[in-house]
Write a protein that binds this ligand. Structure first.
Ligand SMILES: NC(=O)c1ccc[n+]([C@@H]2O[C@H](COP(=O)([O-])OP(=O)(O)OC[C@H]3O[C@@H](n4cnc5c(N)ncnc54)[C@H](OP(=O)(O)O)[C@@H]3O)[C@@H](O)[C@H]2O)c1
Length: 259
């Protein structure tokens, strides 16, 4: 064997040994990584499982139990009256009708006196509960709330449905939405909902009972293109307001998301 051949063979052995030891290290570190990934995966699965379980419990508590054991006392435990903002139309009107069906007296709030009167009379005639109306335009800002407070003095408001809400004429980029429209959305969807909490919460705290339902939107879940201020109004107000209510009072806040 020549010296040249010997060196080649020796070099080959060294390279082979290096590759084998490298491969061993890679396999070992792959095993370690697999362990780490398995732990991360297990934690994620447990977290998702707990989240799902708590969702199921909440679903059963809030949707199934009331269906099985619903009676007027369950809802009347909050108080005799419910205030439904934007109760003259759409989802608010449906809320008012359902609460009236359960025996709760209804105060409807909206802009159009004619619509409010029509719905109010229909609810009183159909469900035999007392009804009142409050005419107020939330877009007018702070000036409307003293008279709303005045109208609710000495009223046992057990439930507030913060439902009145504005949307764009159509989804668009922020700069394509007129400034007044964005301001109106902020006034009605955020400012008014917060101010209505100021109006009813002191009484609820005094009586140690009450429920506040904030009607949100699926646009508050994840960023949605072209929803800009509307989506922000729903996520900021509803989630933050909900947390504030949980931590600052014994009133049960609920967040309702419409699709
Ligand atoms: N409909 C949907 O598909 C959908 C989806 C997601 C979330 N939502 C949310 O659900 C809620 C109700 O929606 P909706 O579709 O049922 O609404 P809607 O049918 O348009 O009814 C709106 C109600 O709010 C009142 N309102 C509007 N502007 C007001 C203001 N400036 N001051 C006082 N009251 C005012 C209206 O009263 P007047 O008629 O007297 O003005 C009416 O009673 C809103 O918060 C909305 O963001 C709805």
């Amino acid at each position: 064997m020549s010296a040249y051949n010997f060196n080649i063979a020796k070099l080959g052995n060294i390279v082979q040994g290096t590759i084998v030891s490298l491969a061993k290290e890679v396999v070992q570190s792959y095993d370690n990584n697999l362990d780490i990934l398995a732990i991360v995966g297990a934690c994620y699965t447990v977290r998702k499982g707990l989240h799902l379980l708590s969702g199921c419990c909440s679903l059963i508590k809030h949707q199934v139990f009331p269906l099985l054991f619903s009676n007027t006392n369950t809802i009347l435990k909050y108080g005799e009256w419910a205030v439904v903002t934007g109760g003259s139309d759409g989802i608010g009107k449906a809320y008012a009708e359902e609460l009236a069906r359960l025996g709760v007296n209804i105060i409807l709030l909206g802009r159009s006196i004619q619509k409010l009167q029509n719905v109010s009379e229909a609810i009183a005639a159909t469900y035999g509960v007392k009804t009142r109306i409050i005419v107020a335009d939330f877009n007018k800002g702070p000036e409307v709330f003293p008279s709303i407070k005045e109208a609710l003095v000495d009223v046992d408001v057990g439930i507030l449905v913060n439902n009145a809400g504005m949307f764009f004429d159509y989804p668009a980029c922020l700069t394509e939405v007129p400034e007044e429209k964005s301001l109106e959305i902020i006034n009605v969807n955020i400012a008014a909902a917060v101010m209505m909490v100021y109006v009813v919460l002191p009484g609820m705290l005094q009586r140690k009972r009450g429920a506040i339902i904030n009607v949100s939107s699926i646009t508050s879940w994840k960023p949605v293109p072209l929803m800009t201020v509307y989506a922000a109004s729903k996520v900021n107000l509803m989630l933050h307001l909900k947390q504030k209510l949980i931590f600052s009072s014994n009133v049960s806040p609920r967040l309702l998301c419409c699709l």
